[in-house]
Design a protein around this ligand. Structure first.
Ligand code: GRF
Length: 203
């Protein structure tokens, strides 16, 4: 790993988690630099926000680069060009092929808006509401070949209120996402030891 960590952030949409990561790196809360924000969607709002923050942006349009493996290979090549040590998926709405997973094994994190292993996949907050859980939350985990599945670094819980809607619950969870994703990245650079599925922070 290079002296100061180099982080690439992958987004498909609004990019609020990306902003919280960039701000945490800029403030010194994370000992690393955001070197590129990459999106598969040219019109992603988060790309504009990254530009405003002065972070390099790249687009690998999944509608133009096909099939999926070729798209992942182009993303990997771009991230390697920026010599990233860590890849953070932040609302990156793509299923990954082994091309990506193998290139960044144990060096790629994702944030998911549920307390995994409950409610993986799309619309996690809606799944939680419909299931009727009383506690919801979010999870930062290493990425492996299964969707929303790898070893967990941090989780945070929030209460589900009787009058919650999908958007009110999503807002409450998002606040926690913005808090724990930077913490998890900071922990990654401090050293995380893996023991099967369990992760341990450096002492
Ligand atoms: C977040 O809820 C994240 O957990 C999920 O996608 C959403 C992305 O939001 N993976 P944003 O683009 O970071 O604002």
């Amino acid at each position: 790993m290079s002296e100061r960590g180099r982080v690439g952030i992958l987004i498909s949409g609004r990019g609020s988690n990306m902003v919280s990561l960039v701000e945490a790196m800029r403030s010194g809360a994370i000992d690393a630099d955001p070197v590129v924000v990459l999106s598969n969607v040219p019109a992603a709002e988060g790309l504009r926000r990254a530009e405003e923050l002065g972070v390099a942006t790249e687009v690998v349009d999944h509608k133009k680069v096909k099939p999926r493996r070729a798209h992942d290979a182009a993303v990997v090549e771009t991230l390697q060009r920026y010599r990233v040590d860590l890849v953070c998926l932040a609302g990156y709405m793509r299923l990954l092929t082994p091309v990506m997973v193998d290139a960044f094994r144990h060096r790629m994190l994702n944030i998911h808006p549920s307390l995994l292993p409950a409610f993986p996949g799309l619309d996690a907050q809606r799944q939680a509401l419909e299931y009727g859980v009383k506690v919801a939350g979010c999870t930062v985990h290493f990425v492996d070949e299964e969707c929303d599945h790898g070893p967990i670094i941090l989780q945070a819980s929030v209460p589900v209120h009787d009058d919650d809607t999908e958007s009110s619950l999503s807002r409450r969870i998002l606040e926690q996402e913005h808090r724990i994703y930077p913490q998890a990245v900071s922990r990654f650079f401090a050293g995380v030891r893996l023991e099967g599925r369990r992760t341990h922070a450096a002492p």
